[in-house]
Write a protein that binds this ligand. Structure first.
Ligand code: NAD
Length: 471
């Protein structure tokens, strides 16, 4: 049943366009589908439709709310197909892929129910100013491959609620689930309100330099984000940039090691380490180091058992060949420089697919690229520290500033440490927990702007002040 549904969808995409490109199965490393490649003329037409549609879509917010709820229902109905497409194109386990359509529907319902803030402030002369929030126009939304649907809806739901129309470009590695989302949207929403286009980085560049969109909302690498910022700046488009991270974890000396290590490891190896805000560097007091290392090794070894090409795998491959090569190169360099795999290190480099075992690294130094850069894979360096101030300084010694976490029993101390970390989000005794109502975004090179919550909605508006005279 599941295979048939996906096979039909995949065939339709392959035959729907004059030009297509291959989509690779990360489990086998082989082509399993073809996706339409959107050309420059087609993009012009789509942008024009999105612009024309904006005029109507922006008028009536009750219509928007109702249609967003219908869209959520339609996503619920297509949950199986959407999850199967995500699992196939990313390689992630099905149970993890299934969380994506669920989140999409939840995000749509959340924003459908949100009111646009409208405030009134005194004008200083006995009257008042009405502060309204107005939609921007067409939004170009550009997303990466690690959570194709969730990250798209973080943009689409608030953008549509505010009255904008959206052109979404998913990663060329994982276009299918987003294209199918676009089909579902077309059944429910007026034409041009949400259009999904697929293609490579150059299509993204074309979108950011295109004169029609008034905003670019981009999730991806720092390199991509800088390019988007430059292009958007030339046309004064608004931007939201959700970029990379290299999250530090600080374990405090009162931490209950057996209790916390499985939770840190579960977060670090979620989606095979491929998420922007996951533990990437763990700082442990030297006094707890041996105990903590043993516990990390045990946790990783449990997960290694789930690394299998079969459909019931609980630990997936890396999603793309470049990412697979990058993680293995960083690991090779680290081992050559004296780091040691306390467990793991195995991969399918001599066989099929892009699997890398959950790996715990010891003897690594902060300067090694696998520690200093965003490696975005299932290799977790465990680093010892002698003084807490030193750990904080080392955690902050990076251009990234997405997220971090602090683990310990004394919550006052944990909060004090958290407040010294240069990161947009810091969890205490937790990592990578998100809520729809909590704004999320990075500092430093990790991004500009916020997604989710009211701030996520305001990001798709401009303010208009209307000075109302005394009557
Ligand atoms: P990427 O920057 O290579 O690509 C992301 C998207 O941008 C793709 O659709 C790509 O085709 C497009 N693109 C690339 N260059 C572009 C350009 N110059 N102009 C316009 N579009 C362009 O990133 P990726 O490898 O797909 O994703 C992994 C990165 O995403 C990691 O750095 C990760 O940390 C980051 N990420 C951040 C968040 C967050 O919320 N902060 C969430 C998930 C992933």
């Amino acid at each position: 049943m599941r295979t048939v549904a996906i096979a039909d969808i995949i065939t339709r995409f392959a035959t729907s366009a004059p030009k297509t490109y291959p989509v690779i199965d990360p489990v086998t490393g082989e082509e399993f589908a073809r996706a339409p490649e959107c050309g420059a003329d087609q993009l012009d037409t789509i942008m024009a439709e999105a612009n024309a549609s904006f005029r109507k879509w922006s008028i009536d917010e009750s219509v928007r709310r109702a249609l967003m709820l219908e869209f959520a229902e339609a996503i619920d109905s297509a949950r199986g197909e959407l999850a199967a497409l995500v699992a196939k194109e990313t390689g992630k386990p099905l149970f993890l892929a299934e969380t994506e359509p669920d989140s999409c529907a939840a995000w749509l319902r959340y924003y459908a129910g949100m009111d646009l803030p409208q405030t009134r402030v005194p004008d200083g002369q006995g009257s008042y100013v009405e502060l309204l929030r107005k939609p921007l126009g067409v939004v170009a939304a550009i997303t990466p491959w690690n959570f194709p649907l969730v990250l798209a809806l973080w943009k689409i739901a608030p953008a549509l609620r505010a009255g904008n129309t959206v052109v979404l470009k998913p990663s060329p590695f994982t276009p299918l689930s987003s294209l199918y989302l676009g089909e579902i949207a077309n059944r429910v929403l007026p034409a041009g309100v949400l259009t999904v286009v697929s293609g490579g980085d150059e299509l993204g560049q074309r979108m950011t330099t295109h004169p029609t969109p008034r905003k670019v909302s981009f999730t991806g690498s720092v390199v991509g984000g800088k390019s988007v910022a430059a292009a958007a700046g030339a046309d004064l488009k608004r931007v939201t940039l959700e970029l990379g991270g290299n999250d530090a974890v600080i374990v405090l000396d009162d931490a209950d090691v057996p209790a916390i290590v499985p939770a840190i490891a579960a977060a670090a190896f979620l989606n095979s380490g491929q998420a922007c805000a996951l533990p990437k560097r763990v700082f442990v007091p030297r006094t707890l180091y041996a105990e903590a290392l043993d516990a990390f090794v045990a946790a990783a070894q449990t997960m290694q058992k789930g690394m299998t090409p079969s459909e019931d795998r609980t630990f997936g491959p890396l999603s793309t060949r470049p990412q697979f090569d990058r993680v293995l190169n960083l690991l090779d360099d680290a081992l050559a420089a004296g780091a040691v795999c306390a467990t793991g290190g195995g991969s399918t480099r001599d066989s099929k697919g892009y699997f890398v075992e959950p790996t715990i690294l010891t003897n690594a130094t902060d300067e090694l690229p696998i520690v200093a850069e965003e490696q975005f894979g299932p290799v977790l360096p465990i680093l010892a520290y002698d003084h807490l101030d030193d750990a904080i300084q080392r955690a902050n010694n990076t251009r990234y500033g997405l997220a971090a976490s602090v683990w310990g029993k004394d919550l006052d101390q944990a909060v004090a440490v958290a407040s010294q970390l240069e990161a947009g989000t810091v969890w205490i005794n937790n990592h990578a927990a998100y809520a729809m109502n909590v704004p999320f975004g990075g500092v430093k090179w990790s991004g500009i702007g916020l997604e989710n919550g009211v701030d996520g909605l305001l990001a798709y508006t401009d303010q208009q002040g209307i000075y109302v005279p005394q009557s």
